[in-house]
Write a protein that binds this ligand. Structure first.
Ligand code: ADP
Ligand code: MG
Ligand code: MG
Length: 894
């Protein structure tokens, strides 16, 4: 197979490898493609990635003679491909009268900063520079090109510090009182070139700067090959999951010159605005400049369009104004490129004496907002179809769009910066504990909960708050995880925050604040600001709404939400949730005003004591469900009966025991003894889930009653009932479920009798322990549905506690032991097998068993793809993840 592929001129190839990015790299493939569709591309050739790998394996010995490392065939092929360029341009490399100059450019299949920098103007030496001056009739241009070449080649190929050259240039300009490079005359460049050559020779121990143009060419090719194995390239690949065995291609291309005076220029552009997605040409250019001068910040670049220049109030003319003909040609090229690639392109171009040349195109990077607009606009324009539009948007990128954001133009008085634990912006009054947060929020105030760190007892306060700020804790602290789940902006680990709870004061750095003072959080940046910074609400209609509509049309799986408050349910429905996949009832037990009844129940000596306490809780639970069902009527609602370890509800500290003693009439000693009896060594694997339901059936009876009474009441009031799916947690045997299903059915029968009405409901279980997955066939005899609780299933399958994993999970992921954090993205190879097996066994027993997932993974696109492949009926995600799940589910179906 070919080692080298020519492009441009009359080069044409039917060989698919000529446009295969893995063979000729992204840059090479697109140069060949642009040339083929008739765009002006300077001729050149591309050496394949295979040759790079071959060289690195066999020839990469710096001690060998320069060309010794290259295969004979490659040497031959490069020489004949160079002939292609020479014939097309009508100049020869090294010709002292009319020299060909080339650029040598690296180009891997995946664009990689950290690879070799491009060498421009290769082919110049002390003789050819004179020839170039002659034929161009522009001495200044020739010597400018030569000094650029010496600096680039010295830096990139010879490894000489480019700072030495920059310093010499600075001094030269200072001596002559010049400001811009463009003010340097031919003579002045000539002097500088002499200095540059001296620097190069000094740095090479007296060996002069290479004058042999063939040696220059192979030196540059070799430097590109070697750069694949450079430290910075390796690090970049590691960080971005790019395999190390791909190699880079090398592009050798005839030079075109943007530095030939005022009718020449160089520029970069996007075919549409990459920040907003607006359909307007976007970019910058510089007159009389070369290569990356535009991005190097040496001079201020000029705008492409007149409109952009006017909008920015800039003086210097736009390209549209300064070079109308080249601009018109560029605009034509933009449209051709979009028609051809059917996506927004990021391009590099040069104008040589009024003539436009294309030097690169690739798919343009874009913000989430732009991605959405581009996908919808291009589908509307007929450039792409709906399915392609759906596939164009990264579901995770939607996250940025769903939260209110701070007005970028509003001033910020930044108090401190912590960790960006959960995105979004929130402004509100400082509150220092969860109960206060709930009270103030109850009277309609926006509050920011500020804590040293949060614990499960703060959940109600976190719910009530619009944002959360903690002084301690990392990105996976309780506050961070819960806040992300709830979609609350959160800044964690802001160590400058010092709280004095007794005095209701806090200090942030040197600033004194008090409870009730206004602050604003920027969860995406981790900033804490004084006062209220104006926010912008997310736009759920418009392009977002359109794309979501298309996604809904193309997805098979349903999308539900994990929610336990009416507010979250409403929000989730706005985001398109089609039911509840997980309502965790224990969160309701932590609410202020209820916790004492819960404690009373737990510490009761006998069933009667428990029932007395449960009687107080029943109306509260019924109210909870009533509110949720109102929002969710007509939809399936999976409600998990009480699950957490009991110790989470026990009183802490003397004050709480004394309070409880006062309400129950028991002595503090008695209560403390009871609490001691309930102590567990490993509560996560202890008395929780259905084990509670088996031993204290009255708890589940109360919950079932609350559910069915609320469902009947909602039906009576509105004519429409929800479809409760009562979920029994932590089941490992068929028998557990048999007992508890009977209990739920008995309560349902009682309630329906009392209310004189019935509602449809299902009883099923969570599959969250390996034994349950193994026994799924049997368990399905009692279960109408399975919901995969993949959080616990991951913990118990891997034997890894989520709360304690942070110390080793990072290193495990860095070293490739786990591909990704298994609590974020489902361990498909391991845990996935259990899910697949349980789904199959469940279906074998009960053909119409409903299957869903309710772990965090329900909002992760890779895990959602797995769920689609496994044929689950739905995924469930926290409210803010619902749109992500809708889009990911659609992508998985396509
Ligand atoms: P990168 O991959 O870092 O973008 P490139 O290989 O695209 O590097 O080269 C950088 C710049 O050098 C290009 O944007 C272009 O301005 C200039 N350049 C490269 N090849 C040529 C050429 N043949 N003629 C003129 N300029 C060139
Ligand atoms: Mg670059
Ligand atoms: Mg480039």
């Amino acid at each position: 197979s070919q080692t080298v592929y020519p492009f441009g001129g009359n080069a044409k190839s039917d060989d698919p490898r000529a446009k295969d990015k893995t063979i000729v790299g992204g840059k090479g493939a697109n140069l060949a493609e642009m040339a083929e569709i008739g765009l002006p591309v300077p001729p050149g050739f591309t050496i394949t990635t295979e040759e790079c790998l071959d060289y690195l394996e066999h020839g990469a010995d710096p001690s060998t003679e320069l060309r010794a490392g290259f295969a004979e065939k490659l040497r031959h092929d490069v020489t004949s491909a160079l002939g292609h360029i020479e014939a097309t341009v009508g100049k020869r490399l090294g010709d002292k009268d009319d020299p060909l100059l080339v650029s040598v450019r690296s180009g891997a299949a995946i664009s990689m900063p950290g690879m070799m920098d491009t060498v421009l103007n290769l082919g110049l030496n002390d003789e050819t520079v004179e020839g170039l001056a002659q034929v161009s009739g522009d001495e200044r241009f020739a010597w400018d090109s030569y000094r650029r070449f010496i600096q680039m080649y010295s830096d990139v190929v010879l490894g000489i510090d480019h700072g030495l050259f920059e310093e010499a240039l600075e001094i030269a300009k200072e001596d002559k009182d010049l400001y811009a490079d463009t003010e340097m005359s031919a003579e002045e460049w000539k002097e500088l070139v002499a200095e540059y050559k001296q620097i190069a020779a000094d740095e090479r121990g007296g060996e002069p700067f290479p004058q042999d143009v063939t040696e220059q060419l192979w030196g540059a090719i070799r430097a590109v090959f070697d750069s694949w194995d450079s430290e910075r390239a390796k690090i970049y690949r590691r960080l971005n999951d790019i395999p190390h065995d791909m190699g880079t291609a090398v592009n050798v291309q005839a030079m075109v010159f943007g530095n030939m005076g005022d009718t020449s220029a160089t520029g970069v552009a996007f075919t549409r605005d990459p920040a907003t997605g607006e359909k307007s040409y976007y970019g910058e250019f510089l007159i009389n400049a070369q290569g990356e001068d535009v991005v190097a910040g040496i001079r201020t670049p000029q705008y492409l369009t007149k409109a952009a220049r006017e909008a920015a109030g800039a003086d210097k003319p736009s390209m549209e104004e300064a070079m109308p003909e080249a601009y018109a040609e560029l605009a034509r090229v933009f449209d051709l490129l979009e028609q051809h690639y059917r996506d927004m392109q990021d391009i590099e171009f040069t104008v040589e004496r009024g003539h436009l040349w294309m030097l690169q195109t690739r798919t343009g990077k874009r913000t989430a907002k732009a991605a959405l607009k581009l996908a919808v606009d291009m589908a509307d324009e007929g450039l792409i179809d709906e399915k392609t539009a759906i596939l164009r948007v990264d579901p995770m990128a939607l996250d940025q769009l769903l939260h209110p954001t701070l007005d970028p133009d509003a001033p910020r008085d930044v108090l401190t910066t912590g960790l960006p634990a959960s995105p979004g912006a929130a402004a509100g009054k400082i509150v220092l504990d969860a109960d206060t947060a709930e009270q103030w929020a109850g009277r309609g105030e926006s509050v920011i909960l500020v804590r040293v760190e949060t614990s499960p007892e703060d959940i109600h306060g976190m719910h009530a708050a619009t944002g959360i700020l903690t002084a301690r804790g990392g990105m996976t602290s309780h506050a961070a995880v819960v806040a992300r789940g709830m979609g609350r902006p959160c800044v964690s680990g802001a160590s400058a925050v010092v709280i004095d709870r007794a005095k209701r004061l806090l200090k942030i750095g040197s600033r004194d604040l008090k409870e009730g003072d206004l602050i604003t959080l920027d969860g995406a940046k981790g900033q804490v600001m004084a006062g209220e910074v104006a926010t912008i609400e997310p736009e759920l209609a418009g392009d977002f709404g359109t794309l979501m509509e298309w996604a809904d049309k193309h997805r098979r799986m349903r999308v539900r939400t994990n929610a336990e408050t009416p507010n979250d349910c409403r929000m989730a429905r706005q985001f398109g949730a089609e039911g509840i996949g997980l309502c965790r009832t224990e969160h309701m037990f932590f609410d202020a005003g209820r916790i004492s009844a819960v404690r009373e129940m737990i510490l009761a000596d006998d069933e009667n004591g428990r029932r007395a306490a449960l009687d107080k809780l029943l109306p509260e639970q019924r109210k909870d469900f009533h509110e949720i069902f109102e929002v969710m009527k007509g939809l399936s609602c999976t409600i998990r009966l009480l699950d957490p370890p009991l110790h989470e509800f026990l009183p802490h500290g003397d004050a709480e025991f004394e309070d409880l003693a006062a309400t129950t009439g028991h002595s503090v000693e008695h209560l403390k003894r009871r609490a001691g009896e309930l102590h567990e060594f490993n509560p996560m694997l202890g008395h929780r889930g259905c084990r509670l339901g088996i031993t204290y059936p009255e708890i589940y009876e109360m919950q079932a009653r609350a559910i069915f009474e609320a469902a009947c009441d909602v039906k009576a009031a509105s004519g429409e009932a929800p479809l409760p799916e009562v979920m029994i947690p932590l089941v490992v045997t068929r028998r557990e479920l048999e007992i508890l299903r009977a209990l739920v059915e008995r309560v349902a029968g009682d309630v329906f009798g009392e209310k004189g009405t019935v509602v449809d409901y299902l009883v099923g279980t969570m599959i969250e322990l390996p034994r349950a997955a193994l026994m799924a066939g049997e368990i399905a005899e009692e279960a109408r549905f399975f919901s995969f609780g993949t959080n616990d299933l991951t913990q118990t399958t891997l034997g890894v506690s989520r709360d304690d994993a942070s110390r080793f999970l990072g290193p495990y992921v860095d070293r490739g032991i786990f591909a990704r954090d298994p609590f974020v993205s489902l361990d498909i190879d391991g845990v996935g097998q259990l899910v697949t097996m349980a789904a199959e066994r469940g279906r074998a027993t009960r053909g119409d068993i409903k299957l869903g997932i309710c772990g965090e993974h329900g909002g992760d696109p890779a895990s959602i793809r797995f769920c689609e492949e496994t044929g689950l009926d739905y995924v469930s995600a926290s409210p803010y993840r619902v749109p992500i799940a809708r889009l990911a589910a659609a992508q998985a179906s396509l």
